[in-house]
Design a protein around this ligand. Structure first.
Ligand SMILES: NC(=O)C1=CN([C@@H]2O[C@H](COP(=O)(O)OP(=O)(O)OC[C@H]3O[C@@H](n4cnc5c(N)ncnc54)[C@H](OP(=O)(O)O)[C@@H]3O)[C@@H](O)[C@H]2O)[C@@H](O)CC1
Ligand SMILES: [K+]
Length: 511
């Protein structure tokens, strides 16, 4: 699903109005009916206090229409107009009048008014600011937002939590609505997925308000949300007349004394995702444990007992996963540098492989084109330098990706894959995956997918999604705390099956 900017959403809005020859007010009515249906289908007339805070723009207008519909259906509502500007939008004014015609009389809140009383049992509708927020909310608005956040009530935000800008971090982190649920129009917003801005969104859902499909499908976006519909077409089916050679020979290079487990996890994941053959290259000390733990993996050893010191390969691997558990030993860094120079195959570079690159930036030019780098935030910072905001981080990563022609996975709650000027936001995964070895499993999986012929960027999008899905399946039986890296590997097979599982509703219809 594409992630549009505010500017593009306004254009889609205009284009819809023009094409369908409807008024903007009719579009607002359509959007707000979707909000109403959502609320009504859940509450079914339950008598609960619904308190609506509406701004004076079109987000507030949506709130006005919702208030009218709730009132007409017998709900108990209290409406506040948050009067932060004289520049009221036309559709807001129109719907304010309609609300009054329906005999609902809103109270106006401004700087000098006391904060309204709120109860934890209320349902609060947050329609103060939408995607039009373009400067810091005034201090009194900040206080109102803090007051709503302190109420402990369920807060339903219209389109976006009020106070959250679309294209930057908030000016004051406490002046943003902490939403229980966001009903967002037509398309998800990038800020829902970034670490510093996603924290305001507990759950979100897209409401289809019928914006111009042609505009939406023809317009390119900087970011895309990766869910099952995006991942399924990337899948490469196994062929009947094939053999292990068809699915590539992966090489996993890594490990040092005490960190052979990382290679074990990566090699195992690489096999489990479908690589035809897997060879691990480790220091001598890793030989016995690897051969014992995974009989399917072949093992080559370095001449050094405890660290990788010189990588000599008796075969040409399809792809190389490198860096896990490798350490920062000088000998290892120069062996890694020599490896970069000697092979053309794509690499998946992780952990200390990335740290060696940060410490020796002259090596970056030797990284094979279309390699994949999988840094966690600290490793990324060492590679691209510090950033002031999540947005600057994305921009710097895009520049880095373009400069070296590599894909970068920014690992996090929503991992984002950056390739050149485009970002792919992953939707699978859970906090249980913040555990030792989870990254080694990802490295192995991406390596194993490239081995099978997935182009590196597709392998990365597909693999990050599958890794998260395997983690979700593991956590569904183990819980977050007991989810560990080897359990993610055990669930790779089920994750593939899950990709093709019919949604339950369809399954029932088919019976
Ligand atoms: N597009 C669509 O497809 C559809 C959109 N719809 C809805 O419209 C919403 C966007 O509405 P919107 O453009 O009127 O902006 P909104 O967020 O209500 O803000 C109002 C105005 O406040 C101002 N302002 C900004 N910051 C400020 C500040 N700190 N302190 C004080 N004032 C500030 C700024 O005006 P300015 O003063 O800059 O001229 C801004 O214009 C969208 O989220 C959705 O809910 C649906 O109805 C149907 C389909
Ligand atoms: K809002």
């Amino acid at each position: 699903m594409k992630i549009f900017s505010a500017q593009q959403i306004y254009e889609a809005d205009k284009s819809t109005i023009k094409k369908e020859q409807i008024t903007s007010e009719a579009l607002m009515e359509r959007a707000a009916s979707q909000l109403f249906e959502w609320v009504h289908s859940r509450l079914r007339g339950t008598q609960v206090n619904i308190v609506l805070f509406c701004g004076i723009g079109n987000n507030g207008g949506d709130g006005m229409v919702l208030a009218r519909m709730l009132h007409e259906h017998g709900y108990s509502t209290k409406v506040y107009v948050v009067n932060y500007s004289d520049k009221r939008s036309e559709d807001f004014l129109l719907n304010l009048n309609r609300l009054k015609e329906a005999e609902v009389w809103p109270d106006f809140i401004n700087e000098s008014i006391e904060m309204p009383e709120l109860s934890p049992n209320d349902i609060i509708v947050d329609a103060i600011f939408g995607i039009g927020l373009n400067r810091p909310p005034a201090p009194w608005l900040g206080k109102l937002i803090q007051h709503i956040n302190a109420s402990q009530a369920f807060v339903l935000s219209v389109d976006i939590p009020s106070g959250l800008p679309m294209d930057r971090e908030p000016w004051d982190p406490s002046h943003v609505i902490q939403s229980s649920y966001v009903l967002t129009f037509q398309v998800p917003k990038l800020v829902f997925f970034l670490p510093k801005t996603g924290i305001y969104v507990n759950q979100w859902e897209v409401l289809d308000i019928g914006l111009d499909q042609e505009y939406l499908s023809k317009t390119d976006t900087d970011f895309e949300l990766i869910g099952r519909p995006e991942v399924l077409p990337l899948y490469r089916p196994r062929l009947k007349f094939s053999h292990k050679g068809t699915y590539g020979h992966s090489l996993i290079v890594g490990g040092s004394y005490g960190k052979i487990g990382a290679v074990q996890l990566a090699s195992n994941a690489c096999l489990s995702v479908g690589s035809g053959l897997v060879t691990a290259y480790v220091p001598k000390c890793g030989y016995h444990s690897l051969q014992t733990a995974i009989p399917e993996v072949m093992v080559l050893t370095d001449s050094d007992e405890e660290n990788i010191s010189q990588i000599e390969l008796p075969f040409e691997p399809t792809v190389i996963g490198v860096g896990i558990g490798i350490g920062l030993n000088e000998k290892t860094a120069s062996a890694f540098g020599a490896l970069l120079k000697s092979v053309a195959a794509s690499m998946v570079i992780d952990a200390d492989g990335l740290n060696i690159l940060s410490q020796n930036p002259e090596l970056l030019k030797d990284v094979p084109e279309l390699s994949v780098l999988t840094p966690h935030p600290k490793e990324l910072e060492r590679l691209i330098g510090k950033w002031d905001s999540d947005f600057e981080k994305l921009e710097k990563t895009k520049a880095f990706s373009s400069q070296y022609n590599v894909a970068v996975v920014i690992k996090g709650a929503h991992s984002i894959i950056i390739y050149k000027d485009k970002g792919y936001v992953n939707t699978t995964g859970n906090p249980g995956m913040a555990t030792a070895g989870s990254g080694d499993v990802l490295t192995g999986m991406l390596t194993g997918l490239i081995a099978q012929g997935y182009p590196p960027l597709e392998a990365t999008i597909f693999g990050v999604y599958l890794h998260g899905l395997a983690g979700d399946l593991a956590a569904s039986t183990l819980g977050y705390e007991a989810t560990k890296a080897s359990k993610i590997i055990e669930n790779i097979g089920s994750a593939y099956s899950e990709l093709f599982r019919q949604p339950e509703q369809n399954a029932q219809e088919n019976n």
